[in-house]
Design a binder for this molecule. Sequence first.
Ligand SMILES: Nc1ncnc2c1ncn2[C@@H]1O[C@H](COP(=O)(O)OP(=O)(O)OP(=O)(O)O)[C@@H](O)[C@H]1O
Length: 239
Amino acid sequence: MQQIVTMKDVSLSFGKERVLQNIDMSVQEGEIFGLLGPSGAGKTTLVKIIAGILEANKGDVFVQNKQVPSLQLLRSIGYMAQSDALYHELSAKENLEFFATLYGMRKKKRKKAIKHVAEVVNLTNHLDKEVRHFSGGMKRRLSLAAAIMHTPKMLILDEPTVGIDPLLRQSIWEEFYKLKEQGVTIIVTTHVMDEAEKCDRLALLRNGSVIACDTPEEIKVAKKVSTIEEAFLAYGGEA
Ligand SMILES: Nc1ncnc2c1ncn2[C@@H]1O[C@H](COP(=O)(O)OP(=O)(O)OP(=O)(O)O)[C@@H](O)[C@H]1O
């Protein structure tokens, strides 16, 4: 398998605060890669660097063999931020049209894509509703639809299921598996242990450092424990 993301000795500080330190990590093409860590561990900062939104102070980041940040990469990456970047006064459809325009999609393609992604996230019957009348879960689903509508090769999802009920969370994960089957690489941040178990590989992040990186099974086996939570503690992380 080929590497789609390679990070070499990446560090980032905000002022005096060192938020990421000496990260060496790679993501393989076609896998679901999880970043697990407590609040403030640096997950959002790390995915923003991969997405080209933030630039590291030190080290190199390559996505699809191109050095990040690169304008060329923007169209092959789908990014779903932690807080929904939606226009509340617009309808769901108008929001999707706005994102399609940003991605440079033409009218005919745009129409087809909106229909498709609305079906995927089960919002077809709510497309004409203004987003301010949406529930939290509906907004997350709409954000996900916006992130996948230009069929990116790689999807970066920052806590995509936060505040979402277990049933809907399950259906969103089924969608992730479907995208994976289509060859999409997915990078997902979470602090939910059972979600971490669903990933092909995981990086455990603590205080800006990767303390372990492997399959969930290997991470547990290495510490002779039965849950990721126990493994996290055994590696010296805080739960
Ligand atoms: N723009 C910024 N300026 C200054 N400090 C920042 C900035 N962005 C993040 N930080 C700091 O970097 C650290 C890591 O933040 P980050 O958002 O990456 O963590 P996280 O693991 O995603 O947390 P959470 O799970 O709560 O979202 C925190 O201490 C945070 O205060």
